[in-house]
Structure formats: C-alpha cells, structure tokens
Design a protein around this ligand. Structure first.
Ligand code: NDP
Length: 296
C-alpha cells in the first residue's frame, strides 16, 4: 500500500485560518494590528518569491506586511541601521531578514542585531538559548511547522527514534531540540523523541537513516534519501527544496519513499507552506507580548 501523503499545504491553511481568527479577536479587543517587516537585500529571484508569499500570507491573516528593499551593494552599516530602525519602531512586531544575504554582508551580525522580542524567525542567540532550555520565546518556524504537522496527523513521536539529517542552525539543530523536548515545553505534546542528528561526516548514513521511525531530511541535496535507506513503515518529512531542471524536488526520492514509508511529505506542498504559517503565528505572538508590555 502506498504511503499516506502528509498534506502540509492543507495543514498550513488550517493554521493560517486559526491565526487570522486570533488576529481579528486581538484587534477587536484593542490590540494593535500585528505587523511583520521583511528586509530583502538584492534581487535573488527565489528570495523575492519567498518574501512575496510571506507578505501575501500576512495580508490574508490580517497582519500588516511591510517590505524594506535594499540594493545588493548596501553596506553593512546601512543594513544595520535599517534593522535598528525596525527595532525602534513600535508599530513593528516581527522582523524578518530574508536569507541568504548577498556576499560581503555579515549575516550573523545582522541576525544578532534583531530585537529578541521581534525575532519571529528565532535566530537570535538569546532565543536559541531559551529554546535549548525548554522555555522558548518563539519556536523556530520550519521545525515547529513540522511538529504541528506530526501533531495534527496524530503521528506519535514520544519514544520514537527520529533521525534528522542535517545540522544547520535553521532546521536540523532546532528540529532535534523540539523533538527531544519534554512534553509541552516546545509546542504541542509531540515530543519526548529519541533523536539522532546525522550530517555529511556521519559514517554509514544508510544504516543510520534505516534505524529511524521518523526521518527528517534537511540536507539540500536533490533526492539523496532513497527508498532503500528507509525502514519499512517510517514517516518521512522532506524539508529540502531543490530546483532541478526548473522543477522543485525534495531531499527524498518521493516515488521510492511512497513505496516503503507509511507517510511522506511532498515537495512542494509539504513543509514549505507550514514554515510561513508558523511565521504568522509567531508575529501574532510577538504583537501580543509587546502590547502586553505596554510598548506597542
Ligand atoms: P544547510 O546547507 O545549512 O545544511 C545542510 C546540512 O546537510 C548540513 O548539516 C550538512 O552537513 C548536511 N549534509 C550535506 N550533505 C550531506 C550528505 N551527503 N550526507 C549527510 N548530510 C549532508 O541547509 P539548510 O538546513 O538551511 O536547508 C536544508 C534544505 O532545506 C535546503 O534544501 C533548503 O532549501 C531547505 N529549507 C526548506 C525550508 C522550508 O520551509 N521547507 C526552510 C529552510 C530550508 P555538514 O554540517 O556536515 O556540512
């Protein structure tokens, strides 16, 4: 029997609907309209599409989406000024710096400068630390979208062996933290997993992946995870977005996985839409917290 398709697009629409309802309630109760400011440097076509999609999603949820465009040759100092300006702007609740930044700009310095209370991507070192300690301010968008997907499809995680392939700061590492967290401390109660993080230096990756009840691929290599690497009945979450011959493919060979796994996320229409939905949710949360502190 082919695997179940985990429809991230549908789940994301449901989450976005919930956020929209909460936003209108928040505003009706006297809260400010939540506002997400995106900073887009240069004219990378993929980044432009991502930012446009995020802005559209904001508007549909009743969140104001601002866009600050800067030329690719902007100086580090000018970019830092823009971020500081958004930090100081009481009408802005969430700040998103679209990555990657053009070469020559210090990404780390820019991300570190984002006010932790407005850091809806959860990249700020303080927010990463809070997540590590199981008391997150914001849940990182892609990993928490995946947790939501597992939760809403009622896929048990507690006690299961999850293999996360990839150890980036954006996906792999925070993903592992969320899944290994104690019940409820990092989102819905789909935690308490036993987590292995694999990467490019892992010995016998095939065997490691085959030991996973749940496999989360965040590598950035088209169709690298083959059906033969999966335990029969595994749940496969494909984070990868790779453009091959003008088509988007994941890090997992979808057709092969469908034959072996019990559930698989497609690309596109899997994890991608969830990332945006969680960004909206974090923006509302930021607006609530800033408003409650009397500063916006
Ligand atoms: P990075 O390039 O930052 O990290 C990739 C990770 O994969 C690294 O840890 C690397 O290991 C590991 N890796 C690379 N080659 C191999 C290999 N042959 N075997 C095992 N591990 C390997 O990527 P990101 O985490 O930022 O993104 C991963 C993918 O997810 C990309 O396709 C990206 O486009 C996509 N993405 C999708 C999102 C969504 O919303 N759907 C959001 C963010 C990313 P090492 O550390 O040893 O180099």
């Amino acid at each position: 029997m082919p695997a179940r398709v985990l429809n991230g697009k549908q789940t994301a629409l449901a989450i976005r609907g919930e956020v929209a309802e909460e936003v209108s309630k928040f505003v009706a109760e006297g809260g400010p309209r939540p506002c997400l400011a995106a900073v887009l440097v240069g004219d990378d076509p993929a980044s432009q599409v991502y930012v446009r999609n995020k802005q559209r999603a904001c508007e549909k949820a009743g969140i104001e989406g601002r866009l600050q465009r800067l030329p690719a040759d902007v100086s580090q100092a000018e970019l830092m000024d823009v971020v500081q300006g958004l930090n100081a702007d009481d009408a802005v609740h969430g700040i998103l710096v679209q990555l990657p930044l053009p070469r020559g700009l210090d990404e780390r310095q820019v991300l570190d400068a984002v006010d932790a209370r407005k850091d809806v991507d959860a990249f700020n070192p303080g927010n990463v630390g809070l997540l590590m300690q199981g008391r997150p301010r914001f849940l990182p968008c892609t990993p928490s979208g995946i947790v939501q997907l597992l939760h809403r499809y009622e896929i048990p995680v507690a006690g299961k062996h999850v293999v996360v392939v990839g150890r980036s700061d954006i996906v792999g590492k925070p993903m592992a933290m969320l899944l290994a967290a104690r019940d409820g401390s990092c989102g819905p109660d789909t935690a308490n997993a036993t987590v292995t993080i694999a990467h490019s230096r892992t010995d016998d990756l095939d065997a490691v992946v085959r030991s996973g009840d749940i496999v989360i691929a965040a590598v950035g290599r088209p169709e690298m995870i083959r059906g033969s690497m999966l335990k029969p009945g595994a749940v496969v979450i494909d984070v990868g977005i790779n453009r091959v011959d003008d088509k988007l493919v994941g890090d997992v060979c979808y057709e092969e996985a469908m034959e072996v796994a019990s559930a698989v996320t497609p690309v596109p229409g899997g994890v991608g839409p969830l990332t945006i939905a969680m960004l909206l949710s974090n923006t509302l949360q930021a607006a609530r917290a800033i408003h409650a502190s009397g500063q916006g």
